[in-house]
Write a protein that binds this ligand. Sequence first.
Ligand SMILES: C[S@@+](CC[C@H](N)C(=O)[O-])C[C@H]1O[C@@H](n2cnc3c(N)ncnc32)[C@H](O)[C@@H]1O
Length: 370
Amino acid sequence: MEKFELMAATAFGIESVTNYELKKLGYETKAEDGRVNFEGTFSDIARTNLWLRTSNRILIKAGEFDATDFDTLFERTFSIEWDELLTEDATFPVELSSVKSKLSSAPACQSIIKKAIVERMKKRYHINHFPEDGPQYKIIVHIVKDRVTLGIDTTGESLNRRGYRVNISEAPLKETLAASIVLLSKWKNRFLLWDGFCGSGTIPIEAAMIAKNIAPGSLRRFVFEEWKNFPRNVIESEREKSMDLISDDPVVIIGTDEDEQMIEFSKRNAKRIGVDKIIDFRVSKFEKFVPEAPGFFISNLPYGMRTDENDLDGIYREIRRKFSSNDWRLFLLTADENFEKKFLRADGNRKLFNGRIEVRLYRYEGRKYS
Ligand SMILES: C[S@@+](CC[C@H](N)C(=O)[O-])C[C@H]1O[C@@H](n2cnc3c(N)ncnc32)[C@H](O)[C@@H]1O
């Protein structure tokens, strides 16, 4: 079966988590900034789209080269065998970003790349005009420090769109980021997991999907499913296999939020992906809730327009108080730049991105707080 060079695109800061996921699925990998490289067949494209919790998309690497002028960009793009994958009716928009490179004009580079692909396709299909009225093969190009990487997107809508989150809070966490946080926390099913500011439920739901081994892509479709040259039934067979892998291990996950509507949303979202039975969602102010046992507290703390400094100080004080005598492990995600100063020095922190917003995950090992 044909093998491709593949790239799992990730948000910055998440590469090592996606790398871990791919290794667990049995692939040999190489992580770089913003992506993890691996090799695979059509089945692997289906499998990784279906199973990766922390990647944004899977791309087929079409080519990679250095270019500092338009002629080289054209020639090298033209030399790629686009016609091996793109069908005659393919729609192939070019999306491009350029960072710290001589070729800095995205529109100019985009149109040169498009022209080079069209010329290549003309040679193969012997037509002068491509209708582009068939399935989409989006070409995603990154130019970083004069190194050009061209990929063909197999995913379509980003993988964070699992399909279960129809109802969302005002500041929802990306599903891929929520899954990354849970994986980074190394939480295991035998421990209780509580999110005391759960909003629309993203962290508890992603944790429950991890605990039950539910494939994150099981509710959605991928753009490769429309490709005529992608073997049929590959994805169906992967979906079927994934159903047999769902685990029944007992698990205790709690999600609380003071906002009744949020808890209603969380319940509905959880139901769509089949984890409503294993998450205890309750309306409660953080201050009032008393969990039955210690465990992992993993939460995206309130921060932003609707939370004023006084509220925040109160919340931080409450968190310190509640966990002062317990053996909890805390993983707190916030965009508050002065968080450690106001709360407590962390045992570790990690810079992450929720979309374009820079956030940090602060880790506090189980210990006594004074
Ligand atoms: C940043 S949002 C969480 C978003 C969530 N991670 C998601 O993906 O939807 C913070 C949440 O904290 C809740 N909240 C604020 N203060 C609270 C308090 N004192 N007790 C409980 N919930 C509170 C808000 O209702 C809001 O839903």
